[in-house]
Design a binder for this molecule. Sequence first.
Ligand code: MF3
Ligand code: CO
Ligand code: CO
Length: 267
Amino acid sequence: MKRFVKSDEAVAAIREGGKLLGEILEKIGAAVRVGATALQMDELAQHLIRDCGGRPSFLGYSIGPRYPAYPAALCVSVNDEVVHGIPKASTVFADGDIVGLDIGMEWPFKKGTTGFYTDTAMSVGVGQVSERDQKLMDRTRAALFAGIAAARGGADIRDVSRAIEGSLTPFGYGIVEDLVGHGVGYGVHEDPQVPNYVYRGAPSIPLVPQMVLALEPMVNHGGRAVVTDRDHWTIKTADGSRSAHFEHTIIITTAGAEIVTLRPRET
Ligand code: MF3
Ligand code: CO
Ligand code: CO
């Protein structure tokens, strides 16, 4: 039994939607500068997503009846915010900040049909970033790519987890464990989970061609512990240290993994 495998039609739409989403995230990243606000980034995200025939999949997303629906198209997480920061006009980017941008899209969005979901994120520096923070971002991105390099038909989710964790081990960072990568495509979040670390009893889940996964290491200067803000969404580091986050949606193939959300200027 092949679990978590997407149809040919889904894979084709995820490939196209992911390419568009990578282009969109690159444009938003280029708009991050001193004095810009998180709300402006969200307005840009909403505009670019609708312009290419998609729907912002995070907007109105709910993780349960006791939680408020997510109110934006984009997550903007600054400095000690790890993920799921809600964009606000009062969040004004300052020199040296590190800003996580996370975006999701359902595409195509047409009456009478349901589209397919992709998810991608990156951290960017504002103005002049400290060498220490730049290294955190570079190494988190490298961890994502180490995970991608380990992802191919015949490998196991545990190989991906081990590759991500292993690439970060030399640096002594805190790898966030409370949030994980995930299946994606028919919805915002699907099984299987893709932890960014190895643990005793982690289930063996073989990777099979046409599985679609979102890999997304979240990495802190300090400890791995995180706390949820009173807004019920924003996740911050418990110790106040800064955090970085990179994410791509990938399609598993026999030869490796295809990065569908690769940005035009990313290599
Ligand atoms: N983009 C997040 C992820 O990578 C999920 C965001 S859900 C939202 O899994 F509702 F906060 F947008
Ligand atoms: Co995401
Ligand atoms: Co995700």
